[in-house]
Structure formats: structure tokens, C-alpha cells
Design a protein around this ligand. Sequence first.
Ligand SMILES: Nc1ncnc2c1ncn2[C@@H]1O[C@H](COP(=O)(O)OP(=O)(O)O)[C@@H](O)[C@H]1O
Ligand SMILES: Cc1ncc(COP(=O)(O)O)c(N)n1
Ligand SMILES: [Mg+2]
Length: 577
Amino acid sequence: MLGGPINGISNFTHQFMGFLLSGISNSSTSIFYRKICAVSSSKQAGRQGFDQFGDLTLKAMPEEKALTITNGSSNKKFPHVLTVAGSDSGAGAGIQADLKACAARGVYCSTVITAVTAQNTLGVQDVSILPEDSVAEQLKSVLSDMRVDVVKTGMLPSIGMVKILHDSLKQFPVQALVVDPVMVSTSGDVLAGPSILDTFRHDLLPMADIVTPNLKEASALLGGLQLKTVTDMRSAAKSLHNMGPRNVLVKGGDLPSSSDAIDVFFDGKDFYELRSTRIQTRNTHGTGCTLASCIAAELAKGSSMLSAVKVAKRYVETALMYSKSITIGNGPQGPFDHGFKLKRNACNSSRLPLLDPSDLFLYAVTDSGMNKKWGRSITDAVKAAVEGGATIVQLREKDAETGDFLEAAKSCLEICRIHNVPLLINDRIDIAMACDADGVHIGQSDMPVNTARSLLGPEKIIGVSCKTPEHALKAWADGADYIGSGGVFPTNTKANNRTIGLDGLKAVCLASKLPVVAIGGINLSNARSVMELGVANLEGVAVVSALFDRECVVTETRKLHGLLTETVANAGSTDTN
Ligand SMILES: Nc1ncnc2c1ncn2[C@@H]1O[C@H](COP(=O)(O)OP(=O)(O)O)[C@@H](O)[C@H]1O
Ligand SMILES: Cc1ncc(COP(=O)(O)O)c(N)n1
Ligand SMILES: [Mg+2]
């Protein structure tokens, strides 16, 4: 029945549905739809929650059965997902999301395009359905030649297309079929109407290894059943399972008043509540497509169904978390970054990840003992230092508990990002990775630089403490970005620390191919003598007590910054004279 109601779908959507669906037919000619207005904020309004990065928790944990994927040949074969879906011009959902998700998960993705939509962050403006013959040809081209492991379906806008897909899969069987029964977009726009429901139920679901409806889609497939709670989602999963798919995942992105993003997975025997933190962001356009593609990708790699779903959910959560504040488009539903690479820019920072040597100019190193003595939190200390002009910050918290340290590091990072100041972590590579700090500073007896590099990746800053020219050369050869050299003067912030003096510092600088920051007992009265050493790669001074063992950190930092600036300016004017 064309244009009939889908219970559970918003009135707004319903009004448009008749209009939109009146054009959808089984004909094999291309049909073009235009909508007058396509914005619904109802879904956005339902997405409130906590901005935390919590654990994905699972209730019930029975044995997982491995879904064995054989590639039909002993040749090493790249895992391959074929997506049969619609194109999204805004590239947040549909084919484009599928390609990005598979690429991010290391899986090849071929594409059969069913429709071309004109879409942006406001909604869907046009839908142009491709001729069914074309879809049939695309399926044949890929399936007959390219040894697909898993087929994932998205927007299937006509009954004829579902039937074609059904027949193609009978002719060219694959290892697994993931069905995302796309009907309504995040913006509330209709992408496949109720006429499709019967074909979905009778032809597609029985073939599916997993079906992944959102709340509205599950409701529509079940004839309008209201889904408002996790208990409702469980019974929906069970009823959908009775329609034939091996597994069901009812997605709860839109579950009203839920502070977690809860999905219910049912394998025919056990229910699992998959919970992750609900990320507070407008950038949720494409989550459903991405989740299904990611499940398909994991299956193609040989994963069991439950682990594929768990990995996929974790992937979506992490991508949303990393992209929560990016802005693409002006509408209520933005896309997210599948590559997790935009986080730094998202935090108002325009600096490039690699070290700018001038960042070493006034290098503030925290000390928990001093903060305790003056009754300051690490965060307050860091805020004061960057406000006073520190150009880089290192958190050196030797005694902190891991959980507390991580929380403190996250808040310090927020402060540093606002001021465009890099934040490094002393020793604790795990903390640096967990909070996505800008890098680490490591000592001679800590983890080797190359191991740290392989853990942190190419974009992070690694600094190494060096007392001798040999240390300096090794740090460079190992791939460090800068060295910290000292103690230049005696200090009590480090026990048994040999003082190398200004001569020792100069020797290290001359041998070093990397920028150097001087450290150890440097304060307002001796900083000038350090900066006047006259070696080009000595970029600045690192200080602990001179900033943090003082009553007012901002004032002390300002004073030191002023003194360093003056010293460098004088040296510059002497050079040119
Ligand atoms: N704000 C969010 N934070 C974390 N996960 C989310 C959020 N919104 C949706 N998800 C997750 O994204 C996946 C897609 O869910 P959903 O948005 O309900 O589907 P669809 O995109 O098909 O409407 C689910 O795993 C859901 O739990
Ligand atoms: C072409 C196409 N396919 C699927 C969706 C659903 O994705 P979402 O629910 O995240 O908007 C979409 N908006 N466009
Ligand atoms: Mg969504």
C-alpha cells in the first residue's frame, strides 16, 4: 500500500510520507522527488546525555559462536564488504559513510548505488531513485567477479530493488548479509516507505545474518508497536527474530530520556544490552549506516557476530566522541569524522601537532608536592601558568593515582587547547594516549624513544632528558622531537640529579641536532645567563619551582616570560649591531 501510515514515525514525517511515497514505484525508470521543507529537530531533541567516555558494558555473556568466513581460496584475500545503499551528497550517511567506515576498519568496500539523494545537515532535499536494471547490473558486476565476503544493505527504496537483491544473493551467495532497514533519516526524512515493509519482512529478513533497525524502523517492521523502554526493545528484538534473521540489533540512539546509548542485541537465545556513553553532540548523522558497515567489516575480517557488534558500537561511540564539536554545515544534524583526526581542530586549536621549537621558550613543569603545599589543584596550577605566558606544559605527577591523573590531564588539556599551548605528560605514555595529549617527556631510564613512538604515532611530540652529547645524539637518532638538558643548576625537585652546569648544557646543545630546553634550578635570577649562552638551538628554559613553588603562579610566569623576552630581544639587537 503506497502512502500508508507507519505508526511510530513522527507526524511531521508522516505528512511528508504520502507526498514522497506517491512517487515511489516499481518502475525501472529514474524518478525524481523534491521536498518543500525537510527539517525535523525531534531526533536531535531526544539526544541529550552525558559527555563522558565510559565503558561499553554488556549484560549476559554466554559463549560466542564464531562465524567462520572462508574466502574460497588459499590466496591471501583482502576482506571485502559490498554496500547496497543510497548516496548522500553531504557524505555523512549512506554509501559515503559506508566507504569511510570500511576504510577506517581496514576493509575493502565496493558499492551498488540504489538512489542519489541531495542531502545536507538540514535534511533531505531530493531523492532520485536509480533504475532497477542499473541496480541489477551493478550487483552482477561486483558479485560475479570480486569475491565479496559480506553484503550490507542500506537504502532500498523500491520493492523491485529488494527482490533484485534477493535474487542476486541467491545466485551469488556471500558469507553474511547485514541488513540496515533504512526507512527514515536522522533528520526525519523518509528514504523508503511502508510499501517496502512486506518485502523486507518476507524476502530480506529471512536471509539476513543480522538486521539493525533503529526504534522507528523496528516499530514500522512490527506494525507500529510503540518502543519506549529497553524492555520494549527486547520484545521488539524477539519479534523481529521470529521474522527470520539470525540476529537482531535494535538500536537505541533515539531512546527517550536515556543517558546511555543502549542497543539491544538478540541472537535467538540470549539478550545483550550494549551500553555506551551517549555523546552529547549534533554530529550523529550517519551513525546507523556506519554501525552496520562496521559490523559488516568486522564479519568480513572473520569476527563472530557478537564481537563484530561490540567493536562497531565502540567505533561509533569513539568517532562521535572525537568529533563531538566539529562543525560541518549549519543544520541540526552534522556528520562526524570517521578518521578520528579532527579532534585537535575541534578544540579551537589551529596548531599543527608537531613541535614548533619556539614552543620550548617558557616550559612549565608541574609538581604535585608544590601544588599540595600551596593548596592548588594541578588544573589551577596549569591554568595560571598558561595565563601567565607558559608556551608548553608538562605534567610531572610522580605520585598521582592513575585515575586521578587521567582526569587532571583531561582538564589541563582543555585549558591548554584553548590557549594553543601543547601539553606533554612526563613518563606516562598510557596517560598521554588516554587523554590524547600532545606528547610525552621521557627520561633516560624510561621507555625507549622508538617504543614510545610506535605507541604514540607520528604526530605526537616526544622529548628526552639528556645530560651528555651522546644522549643528545641518540635521542635524535631514535626519533625524539626535542631534548631537555640539565640539571643546569642544583635543584631539589629531582633527587640525586647530577648538575651539568652551563658548560655541560652548552656541550649538549652543540652536539644536538634537536632543539634544546634547559632545565634544573632555573629561576628569575639565573635564566638570563642560560639564554645568553649563545647557542642557536637552545630554545628556552623549563621551570618547576620558580613558577609553582610561589604564591602567585601567574605573576611569576609573567615575570619570567618578560625576562626571557627581554634577554632574547637584547641578544637579537647585539647580533645585528
Ligand atoms: N549520541 C550518541 N552517543 C553515542 N552513541 C550513539 C549516539 N547516538 C546514536 N548512537 C549509537 O549509534 C548507533 C546508531 O543508532 P541510531 O542513531 O539509533 O540509528 P540510526 O542512525 O539508524 O537512526 C547505535 O549504536 C546507537 O547506540
Ligand atoms: C542515502 C542515505 N542512506 C541512509 C541514511 C540514514 O542515515 P541516518 O539515519 O544516520 O540519517 C541517509 N540519511 N541517507
Ligand atoms: Mg542515526
